[in-house]
Structure formats: C-alpha cells, structure tokens
Design a protein around this ligand. Structure first.
Ligand code: ATP
Ligand code: MG
Length: 417
C-alpha cells in the first residue's frame, strides 16, 4: 500500500479561516435578503440525468460540450454532477407539479461542478447562490429579481459593481438577429478565431462575447439586437428598465452582452466590477460576479408546457473575494478552570452561558498555570476563571466590557449558590 498522502482534486478548494468566514458571510447575507423578497428555500440534488442539462442548456454550449462531469452509474445510466442550478430546478418544477405554486420564487445555494482550467476565481468545484422566478412572464418579475441582486451586493458592502443589461428579444427577434449575425460574420469568416469560425453557424451570438484579439475588430460593427426587436420585445425591455429606475437600481446598456446558454430570451444581464475599481483589481479577468436572464424557452426543451421564468446565479467564491477576508470573531467569554478541582463547575458554567446565547471558548486542559494566559491570548471579550479556594469553587471575572462583566458576575453568583 502506498504511504503517500493523496492530494486534493485539481480545481477543488479547502476553504478555512478568514476565507471561510467570508464565504459564510455571503451565504448568510443571501439567506437574509432572499427572505426580504419572499423567495422560498429549495434543496436540489447534486446530480441529475445527463439529459436534464444536455436538453436545457443545448449541445453546442461550452458547458455541455466541454465542461460537464458525466459518468455512467452502476445501472448504466448517464448521470451528470450539476454544472448549474436552473436546469435541475426546471426539471423539479415539472416532475413535482410545482405549477400549482406559480409564480414560484425559489432560492438555493451549494456546490457545482465544471471541468474548466483552474485559475484565480475559476474552479472545478465552485459554489453559487441562485434565485429563480418560475411561471411569471411579466417584466415586474425581472425587476424584482434584479433589485434583489442589487440589494444583496450592497448589503455585502460591494458598491463598485454595476448591472450590465441587454435584451435578446423574443424568439422571433432573436432568430432574425441570429440570421443577420451569421451573414455579417460569414463575410469575414477567414479572419475570425477558429473557435468563432466553429460557432458561426451553430451559435453566432457567442462570437459577440469572444475575448480573442482576432475577433475583436469585428465586434463593434456587428448587427445590434435593437434593429430586430419586435414591438412587444421593445415594450418588454422598456418596462424592465423603467422598473429598475423606479427601484433605484443603477444599470448600463450592454448591447453585445449575450449569455452562453441557448435558453435565454428577453432580459440578459451580468453584474460586472467597474473599470479600475477595487473589485476589478480583486477579480482579475474573471470579472462576472452574477449573471442571469429570462429563460422562457427552457421548460419546453424539457417536455413541459411553455412556462416563462427568469433567474440569476452568482459565484460565492467571487463574491467572497470582493468581501475580502473576514476575521473569525472572538468569543464573548473564555471559561478557565484554574485547577482540576474546579473542572466540573467550569463545564457546567459553559453550558449555562451558551444557553444564554453567549459564545464561549473553554480552557480546561493542559498545564493549569497556563490556562489563564491562553484565555487572555484568545482575545475573548471576558474571562470567567474558576478556582478552588477554601474548599469552595469560586469564579472571578475579568472583562473589558463593563456590561458583560456585570452579567458574568451575576451569573457566577447565581450558579455558585
Ligand atoms: P464565465 O464567463 O466566468 O465562465 P459563466 O457565464 O460560465 O461565467 P454562469 O454559468 O453564468 O457563469 O455562472 C454564474 C456565476 O457563477 C459566474 O458569474 C461566476 O461568478 C460563477 N462561476 C461560473 N463558473 C465558475 C467557476 N468555474 N468557478 C468559480 N465561479 C464560477
Ligand atoms: Mg463559464
């Protein structure tokens, strides 16, 4: 047997200390904000049948064609570790008959898996917070969802990230735009990157968000969606933008913003750090923090009835990087047993204080003379130290915080009776 310790899988993370605190802060803030907006919590499976993602996202997308962790289980069925939440939630909506709750507002968070090239802000197991409104076709749903994203960022203390907004139109507008893009890029096909040449016929929208310098010169003059929007699609977008203005959400128009997945219609958006900002410096090239849009076509691709829906997801790690390291909090009280005879009283005291909602570290073992020093070093706001004096276990209190000190003295007095 090998004696070498196995290494962690490439692209996974062991999150600890101040980074883990930042991660928890993001999740806790999301939980609080989603309650304000009355989004209901759902827990979803980490894996699904491969077809759930293949049919929802589209075979030509990067996620399906290159990034999925798929495997056959022991029964020979092809399963995939979820690369995103939306497809699984849509599947659940259909298989559980959640139509009865429509419009359904749900939120969740957890790990996702994509076979990507690991780098800063990009992992193979990463984590997202996710919010979806299913069965709501009106632009007010988009506004509420975006307002929630905006408030979340502000409550995380992130003020230099802005909403970039676009519309992809309805199916008809999107199809006309797509055809015009194919015509436009076909004329310069030889000068495009190999990847864009490949995308040209299948997924020409994706060329617009190419980062390849060979494609860049052609992007500015590419046909814009606005020229192809039906009257309805224009009115929808206008209702979204006026709603955002009323909600006080700042946004900028991003005419070439497209989302990678086939299922998007109408509203598409990303929250991106402002150029030259601290957040842009923290994230480097992995600049999208939160992204999403309207996916009215998705339920049909899973065999359901047409169902309008809109949602977003944000990478917890990227948000945590913008939040910065957060110190692990110091305990309210450090309990010390200064000799072994006072040990049991100290254990009981700990229980009593925690029951009162005070956070407690305990220093009950190791050399008795060093326990008090360790408690001081721990940085706890107060110390309650027990010692056997004249056959009686007695506590003494040391506290910087006067109110907490008085509370502990009262507690000590009551418990020693
Ligand atoms: P990117 O363009 O960065 O690859 P994406 O369009 O693939 O992003 P989405 O599928 O929209 O990303 O996921 C939403 C969010 O999830 C992203 O904005 C990002 O914050 C986060 N995210 C996506 N992929 C990863 C990853 N591999 N590692 C860490 N976070 C990720
Ligand atoms: Mg990606």
């Amino acid at each position: 047997m090998s004696r070498k310790t196995p290494q962690a899988i490439r692209g996974t993370q062991d999150i600890f200390g101040a980074d883990a605190e930042a991660f928890a802060f993001v999740v806790e803030t999301f939980e609080r904000v989603r309650r304000l907006y009355r989004f209901r919590r759902v827990e979803m499976p980490v894996f699904e049948k491969t077809e759930v993602f293949a049919r929802s996202l589209g075979e030509t997308t990067d996620v399906v064609s290159k990034e999925m962790y798929s495997f056959d289980d022991r029964g020979g069925e092809s399963l995939t570790l979820r690369p995103e939440f939306t497809a699984g939630i849509a599947r659940a909506f259909l298989t559980n008959g959640w139509q009865q709750y429509a419009p359904l507002k749900v939120a969740t968070h957890g790990p996702l898996f994509r076979y990507e090239r690991p780098q800063k802000g990009r992992y193979r197991q990463f984590h997202q917070i996710d919010a979806e409104v299913i069965g709501a076709g009106e632009p007010q749903a988009d506004v509420e969802l975006l307002a929630m994203a905006d408030q979340l960022l502000r409550e995380l203390g992130i003020h230099d990230v802005t909403l970039h907004l676009n519309t992809l139109g309805d199916a008809e507008s999107r199809e006309a735009w797509r055809a015009a893009l194919i015509d436009y890029f076909r004329a310069v096909k030889d000068q495009l990157s190999e990847e864009s040449q490949e995308r040209l016929e299948k997924n020409p929208l994706r060329i617009l968000d190419s980062k390849d310098p060979r494609d860049k010169p052609f992007l500015a003059d590419a046909p814009k969606i606005d020229a192809f929007l039906s009257e309805e699609a224009s009115a929808f977008f206008a209702a979204v933008t006026s709603g955002l203005d009323a909600a006080g959400v700042k946004w900028v128009r991003a005419e070439s913003l497209v989302r990678g997945l086939d299922y998007y219609r109408h509203t598409a958006f990303e929250f991106i750090p402002d150029e030259g900002s601290a957040s842009a410096a923290a994230l480097g090239s992995q600049s999208t923090v939160l992204g999403g849009g309207r996916y009215d076509g998705l339920m049909e691709s899973l065999g359901g009835a047409p169902t309008p829906a809109v949602g977003w997801a944000a990478g917890i790690e990227r948000l945590a990087m913008l939040v910065g390291e957060r110190a692990e909090p110091k305990a309210d009280v450090a309990i010390v047993a200064e000799d072994d005879a006072s040990m049991l009283v100290a254990i009981a005291a700990q229980m009593g204080l925690r029951a009162k909602g005070l956070t407690c570290d305990a220093f009950l073992s190791g050399s008795p003379r060093k326990r008090f020093d360790k408690a001081v070093k721990s940085g706890a706001k107060a110390i309650l130290a027990y010692q056997m004096v004249d056959g009686k276990v007695t506590g003494r209190v040391k506290s910087e915080d006067e109110a907490l000190g008085i509370q502990l003295l009262q507690f000590e007095h009551q418990t020693s009776l």
